[in-house]
Design a protein around this ligand. Structure first.
Ligand code: SF4
Length: 367
């Protein structure tokens, strides 16, 4: 049934798509594009919100508590938007030792985190043993810590430096403690946009192969899109199609996260994405990705105001509190209490979940 009495007409082609989506019909790529080009934002928002309620009651929104640790900022991929990497050989970058990583995790655990999100640049000189030592070392110190690590471009690097089949490498990492993988580094999954944004990064085929192999060996994760550059609307929908097709084959994506490019990059064109367009893409993601349960919004990147609107536009989760020793300028929520306050003020009961989307608890924060 259509949500409340908002006027939808069967004779309007765009309304008809939304009516059918509410009825459970999968929308096509062409229909998604029509929604993006001509759809009424408020109607898309309303339908996306209606579909969100099949996953989580509209009175609730979830969050999680992980610590991001970037083990190195040396990288040879040179994405045109990256303000994090240091060129290999310039001597100014860092590689964290296991002890340094454990020290960061001690602090994170004190702050209430129970999950590690480990990512870094691509540095082929780091030996495979380092990755194994880090995973097993963290697991040994924190046996209940969920470890999510390595984006597709790092995974492909592991395949290259070991010279072993990707499946073997992933199975080994899983056996020593890797629990899931971020589907990061997708940006826009079309070859044209990858040439503009990050020509040396994993191709669409490589990105899909890495994620598919992860899912096959039992390492689930998330997927994202980063838009607000020179991409066309069709390329946004093409990206969603790549994700939906892969999810049909594996079922390994637990969530999808739409982001926008940040304005700091000067190396390709970044346009400010109006709030209603961000929310429209988020809503279309909820409608189109009928095989992915959770849609996350990034309060850290988009701010609290947009974050709250997103929770009324199809998102059911705000991802993680930002746990850092020295918090840089960020819109993020820095403690669990702040997350609770933010969600409660937006009219939601906060629900803490883990990286597998299992509910930890609702009610007052533990820390
Ligand atoms: S792969 Fe990651 S660290 Fe390397 S340049 Fe790209 S975004 Fe930066």
């Amino acid at each position: 049934m259509l949500p409340n009495s908002f006027s939808f007409s069967e004779s309007d082609p765009v309304d008809k798509i939304l009516i059918q989506a509410v009825g459970g019909k999968r929308i096509s790529q062409e229909e998604a594009l029509l929604l993006y080009e001509e759809g009424d934002f408020l109607k898309i928002q309303m339908v996306a919100r209606h579909l969100r309620e099949k996953i989580r009651p509209h009175t609730q929104a979830s969050y999680t508590m992980f610590r991001v640790v970037n083990y190195t900022n040396y990288c040879n991929v040179e994405c045109n938007f990256c303000s994090f990497m240091d060129e290999i050989g310039n001597g100014k970058g860092y590689i964290l030792s296991l002890d340094e990583i454990l020290e960061k995790m001690d602090y994170a655990v004190e702050m209430g985190a129970d999950q590690l999100f480990l990512q870094g640049g691509v540095y082929p000189d780091i030996e495979y043993q380092y990755y194994k030592d880090v995973i097993s070392g963290v697991k040994k110190r924190f046996p209940d810590m969920h470890i999510r690590a390595f984006s597709p471009v790092e995974i492909i690097n592991l395949e290259t430096i070991t010279g072993r089949p990707l499946k073997d490498v992933l199975q080994e990492l899983k056996s020593i403690g890797l629990d899931s993988v971020p589907g990061a580094g997708a940006e826009i999954l079309t070859e044209r946009m990858r040439q503009i944004i990050s020509p040396k990064k994993a191709s669409v085929e490589e990105w899909v192969r890495a994620m598919e192999t992860c899912h096959e060996v039992g390492l689930p994760g998330s997927a994202n899109i980063v838009f607000g550059s020179e991409e066309t609307k069709k390329e946004v929908i093409d990206h969603l199609q790549v994700i939906r097709d892969l999810q049909d084959r594996t079922g390994g994506f637990l969530s999808f996260i739409p982001w926008t490019f940040q304005p700091q990059t000067k190396r390709f064109k970044v346009r400010p994405v109006p709030t209603h367009e961000y929310l429209k893409v988020l809503g279309i993601s909820r409608i189109f990705l009928d095989n992915i349960s959770h849609i996350e919004t990034s309060v850290m990147v988009l701010g609290k105001g947009v974050g709250q609107l997103a929770l009324y536009s199809g998102a059911d989760d705000i991802s993680s509190v930002v746990i850092e020793e020295n918090v840089l300028r960020s819109f993020g929520l820095k403690t669990e209490k702040e997350a609770h306050k933010f969600l409660s003020e937006g009219g939601f009961e906060p629900v803490r979940r883990d990286l597998l989307y299992q509910e930890r608890y609702s009610g007052a924060p533990a820390v």
